[in-house]
Design a binder for this molecule. Structure first.
Ligand SMILES: [Zn+2]
Length: 67
């Protein structure tokens, strides 16, 4: 199975959109936990990396900073 590559600053689409109606999240913190921010309403959530990878649908755009 293909492993999705994502990095800081990437904008990603999740399997479920945020209740505000937006489904584009920016990765603002990488680590054991991933923090993503809704680009629609600026709400941010922290998810364990595994859970994030499970909920990730696709990467919409890549940020400049790549690890
Ligand atoms: Zn939102």
């Amino acid at each position: 199975m293909e492993r999705k590559q994502f990095g800081l600053g990437d904008v990603v689409q999740m399997k479920k959109p945020h209740p505000c109606g937006t489904n584009a999240w920016k990765v603002i913190r990488m680590g054991m936990d991933i923090r993503i921010k809704c680009t629609g309403c600026d709400h941010s959530v922290m998810l364990p990396r595994l859970e994030f990878e499970r909920k990730l649908k696709k990467i919409l755009s890549h940020g400049e900073e790549q690890e």
